[in-house]
Design a protein around this ligand. Structure first.
Ligand SMILES: C[S@@+](CC[C@H](N)C(=O)[O-])C[C@H]1O[C@@H](n2cnc3c(N)ncnc32)[C@H](O)[C@@H]1O
Length: 311
């Protein structure tokens, strides 16, 4: 870092500090003079290194799948119930959050590669925001799951991602956690090929991470053996009947004491399927296990992540 860089860094820091009141400033001063600041700085640097692995993987995936991150062999249909039931081809656009974070989306819009609005009456200024949806979890959500929500001690545990798609959750588990075994089950073969290609290309340990091409309901053995089960919203991929069957299946096979992580509350998911009353005693909501790491996150951005244990 040159002298000019140091001056510029000081300038940015001062800019930030001007926004604080006396009490906040005092607290920050004490923190910077403390040992915990040094430890937290080291931890943040490590997180950045792991995050870089995920950024590189994302760049590789962008080269091998369509821009929309939906495969030719897929039949993705907007749901008819729930908070996304108003999505349709006119008002909704899929942009994968694992591949494109907020800055990248901004760049795509600037370059004219992505639109944020659609016209209600052609050629007029009567426009409306497009709903942007993502079928993958963002890097930030993954970091929050493994470094705040779940316990740190996962060495002898198996993490299962139900519907692992392009593998975002698997790579998150690999680089952000110490999970001993990481398994993805995905019904789409093209998606599985992408995941396997990334696992090979990045020389990940095949004894630790693997992908299974199957309907999860054919693999009760894997579900029964998993200690952490991660389920991203499945609404676009299964009809209501199948979706209900899947939750009955999970209730039957996920073992007691396992963790379930979802990116929508189970009260909402089960409520939309009209099965909340029946399954409400199955799960208990949990507090994050690594609260000390919350300092690294914009907690508001992660408020849609939920951790449960199976009763
Ligand atoms: C919303 S995406 C989740 C992607 C990934 N888990 C993430 O969070 O980044 C849901 C995925 O589940 C897959 N899927 C849906 N039903 C499934 C089933 N019964 N068995 C296996 N995969 C399934 C879909 O093909 C889709 O790729």
């Amino acid at each position: 870092m040159s002298e000019d860089d140091v001056i510029s860094a000081k300038g940015r820091l001062l800019e930030l500090l001007t926004e604080l009141n006396d009490f906040e400033l005092d607290t920050i001063e004490k923190w910077i003079c403390s040992n915990s600041y040094k430890k937290e700085l080291e931890a943040k640097k490590k997180m950045k290194i792991s995050e870089k692995c995920l950024i590189d993987i994302g760049e590789t995936i962008k080269q091998i799948i369509p821009f929309e991150a939906e495969m030719p062999s897929e039949n993705i249909v907007p749901p008819t119930v729930g908070d996304q039931a108003d999505c349709n081809a006119t008002n909704t656009c899929h942009i994968d959050e694992f591949l494109y974070d907020q800055d990248a989306v901004h760049e795509l819009v600037k370059e004219g590669k992505l639109q944020r609005h659609y016209c209600l009456t052609c050629n007029s200024r009567n426009i409306k925001d497009l709903t942007l949806i993502s079928h993958s979890m963002s890097r930030q959500a993954l970091q929050y799951i493994f470094q705040v929500l779940l316990p740190k001690e996962l060495e002898d545990k198996q993490v299962l991602d139900v519907g692992s798609r392009i593998g975002a959750v698997l790579y998150g588990a690999y680089y952000f956690s110490r999970a001993g075994s990481i398994v993805g089950i995905e019904m789409n073969k093209e998606c599985c090929d992408v995941q396997q290609r990334i696992i090979n290309q990045y020389a990940m340990d095949n004894n630790r991470i693997k992908v299974i091409n199957s309907d999860v309901m054919e693999r009760s053995d894997v579900v029964q053996n998993s200690d952490v089960i991660i389920i991203n919203v499945l609404d676009f991929f299964v009809d209501i009947e199948k979706h209900k069957q899947m939750w009955y299946f999970f209730k039957k096979y996920i073992k007691k004491g396992s963790y379930l992580v979802c990116n929508r509350s189970m009260a909402d998911t089960l409520g939309y399927l009209d099965m909340f009353e029946e399954l409400m005693d199955w799960l208990s909501i949990c507090n994050p296990s690594q609260l000390e790491n919350e300092v690294f996150f914009d907690v508001e951005d992660c408020s849609e992540l939920f951790l449960y244990t199976v009763n």
